[in-house]
Design a binder for this molecule. Structure first.
Ligand SMILES: [Ca+2]
Length: 190
């Protein structure tokens, strides 16, 4: 089963200008809408906020089909986020919504081509050996650290060997570029 995840840009929608209210009823409705918008949850920099928390909406907003809103400072970040979701749809179907706010995503191939096999595990967390029942040893070629934690990729099982630190929100669409393709055998949260 594949689930499509349409996403669209809603730049400045939540902070957008409204027509002047025509009546008290409309003014009251507008105030209620505004209060609801202020309480709207926005995922931003790997964490959950409301507009009240942030002061104002980030300039680039992406709304997922499930209603989640993700905010970004730069258009390129928002586009990358959308690209990521329009790629590995099998992942969402198999392992739950990609929009879950704290998880590590791994893919077997570079880039975000549709059909690229992927998997995700909750963060914070660790896996001592990606082989065996997981069958992900020395297979990972791209990754997205969709969390506010550092994730440490390890060359060997049991958190051994060389390490590669993924900062919060890190996107590595081609681990060949950093000489880590098909190399990760375990990981932990730092
Ligand atoms: Ca390895």
């Amino acid at each position: 089963m594949q689930r499509t995840i349409p996403a669209m840009f809603l730049a400045a929608l939540l902070a957008g200008a409204c027509d002047p209210a025509q009546s008290d009823e409309e003014a009251a409705a507008l105030a209620a809408d505004t209060a609801a918008e202020d309480a709207q949850t926005i995922f931003y920099a790997g964490e959950r906020f409301t507009i009240d928390d942030l002061g104002e909406a980030p300039p680039y907003l992406v709304t997922l089909a499930n209603g989640e809103v993700h905010g970004f400072d730069e258009e390129v970040e928002a586009e990358r986020f959308v690209d990521l979701r329009s790629g590995p749809r099998d992942l969402a179907a198999a392992y739950g919504p990609l929009a879950a706010p704290s998880q590590i995503n791994f893919w077997a191939n570079t880039g975000w081509a549709q059909g690229n096999p992927g998997i995700a595990w909750p963060i914070p967390g660790e896996i001592e050996y990606l082989g065996g029942i997981y069958d992900w040893n020395d297979r990972i070629s791209s990754t997205y650290n969709q969390s506010s934690y550092w994730v440490v990729l390890c060359e060997h099982a049991g958190f051994g060997g060389n390490k590669y630190w993924l900062e919060p929100g890190a996107i590595r669409d081609d681990l060949r570029k950093v000489d880590w393709n098909d190399r990760v055998s375990s990981y932990y949260t730092d």
